[in-house]
Structures are given as structure tokens and as C-alpha cells.
Write a protein that binds this ligand. Structure first.
Ligand code: 13P
Length: 240
């Protein structure tokens, strides 16, 4: 089933999140209408967003690398599971770049997710200079290698998010996305339950082509996910 994930980043108060949920529930039918929709708000809005009629699930944008303990400001996997989270975004480029999260930390975060049956949405993607230097595929290969110890039977979502496409209005071409998808599918061919998403300047205008031409299983959406109508349109509801 195609998967559409809203990554709100550091946007939306609880009141704004509730208003979003009311709007979205007018568009998306109970049960989700044959797609899987996930909203990943800031931690503070997670419990304001549950939908009793199964239109969407909630996910977290981050998780602590430790299971519990003296880690001021961190939120652990068990706490997220208790709130009803199903997914956790791991390895987003903003966390890799701005918070210095590398492979060793991400391996631990993946392990914490699995301990609580949370499904990681593991992000990979090259920077613009890496792409220009022709090492994009190597970067994806290295980042995918972080998943080597993750159990191959467990469901996994991988999001290809080229860093140069995030928040820039310059989405990857369907051809480039398809090439990344093919590489990732090959690298992760041992996985029994894998979905590959695209993320980076996804809009209601460019998303169909990406699903059809690039064969993506859905999207990880930043800016355009802050508007319920726009996000619903990306998930295939309402006017495109
Ligand atoms: P934008 O959709 O705003 O480019 O962000 C993409 C992203 O980082 C989703 O995780």
C-alpha cells in the first residue's frame, strides 16, 4: 500500500495540529481510503493527532539512541510507542547535518525502534556537491550499509531524499529518483517488507509523475504537508 508521510519538522502547535486534523478528516475517509497516511508532528503534538477512525497513523521525527536514563531532553522509543506511534523517522539529513548524527548513532536508533516495534523511516540522500562530484551512489550505498544489522524480516521504509531537493523547490527528476530507487532496491534486496519513498520538494503538482514514472511507493513530505488540502492532494484525495 502506498505510504504518504507528513514530516512537519519544527512547525505546528497543538492547537494548529488539531485544526489540521479536523480539516484532513473531512477529506480522508475513515480507514484511509486504501492508502497509508502518517503524520509526524513535533513530539508535543503527537497525542493531539490520533484518529480513532484510522484515517492516519502518527509517527515521530526522532528517537533517542538510548532506551532510558539520564539524557536530558531526549525522548525514548518506549515513550513513543506508548503514545501510539507506528513509525519513526531515522537519519533525516537535517539530523545528520545539524545534529551530527552518523552511522553509529543511527544503528542504535534503529535498534531502539525495533525493541518497541516501531517501523523506521530511514532517510538517505546525497548533497549537491556529492552529486556534482559523481559520488551520489556511493553515499547512498554507505548510508544503506547502516541497515546491515537491522532484521531483514521486519518492515522497513527507506526515503530517498536528495539533500539539494529538500526545501528548495527543486525536486529530483523522475528519472533520477527512479535510478536511486533501483539502486536502493538492489542494495536492500534481502528485505522482505520494503517500501521506498521519495522526499524533497514534493508538491501536488509533481507527485503523480514521481509515483508513476519513478515507481515510488509514496512520499515523505515537508513543506507541502503543512496544508491539509495540499497534503491530501499528494495522497491522491481531492483536486490535484
Ligand atoms: P520539503 O518537502 O519541504 O522539501 O522537505 C522534504 C523533507 O525533508 C521531508 O522529510
Amino acid at each position: 500500500m502506498n505510504l504518504f508521510v507528513a514530516n512537519w519538522k519544527m512547525h505546528m502547535t497543538r492547537a494548529e495540529a488539531r485544526a489540521f486534523a479536523v480539516e484532513l478528516s473531512r477529506i480522508v475517509p475513515p480507514g484511509g481510503g486504501g492508502r497509508e497516511i502518517v503524520i509526524a508532528p513535533p513530539f508535543t503534538a503527537l497525542d493531539a493527532l490520533g484518529d480513532a477512525e484510522g484515517r492516519w497513523r502518527i509517527g515521530a521525527q526522532n528517537v533517542a539512541a538510548d532506551a532510558k536514563g539520564a539524557f536530558t531532553g531526549e525522548v525514548c522509543a518506549k515513550m513513543l510507542a506508548e503514545l501510539g506511534c507506528r513509525y519513526v523517522i531515522v537519519g533525516h539529513s537535517e539530523r545528520r547535518r545539524l545534529f551530527n548524527e552518523g552511522g553509529a548513532t543511527l544503528v542504535r536508533k534503529l535498534e531502539r525502534c525495533r525493541e518497541e516495534n516501531l517501523i523506521p523511516i530511514y532517510c538517505v540522500g546525497e548533497t549537491e556537491s556529492e552529486r556534482d562530484d559523481g559520488v551520489g551512489n556511493q553515499i547512498l550505498t554507505d548510508q544503506a550499509a547502516t541497515l546491515a544489522g537491522d532484521p531483514p524480516d521486519a518492515p522497513l521504509v527507506v526515503a530517498y531524499e536528495p539533500v539539494w531537493a529538500i526545501g528548495t523547490g527543486r525536486a529530483a527528476s523522475p528519472g533520477d529518483a527512479a535510478a536511486a530507487r533501483t539502486l536502493l532496491a538492489k542494495l536492500l534486496s534481502a528485505r522482505r517488507d520494503l517500501r521506498i519513498l521519495y522526499g524533497g520538494s514534493v508538491t501536488a503538482g509533481n507527485c503523480r509523475e514521481m509515483l508513476e514514472a519513478a515507481g515510488m511507493d509514496g512520499f515523505l513530505v515537508g513543506g507541502a504537508s503543512l496544508d491539509p488540502k495540499g497534503f491530501a492532494a499528494i495522497a491522491g484525495f481531492g483536486n490535484m
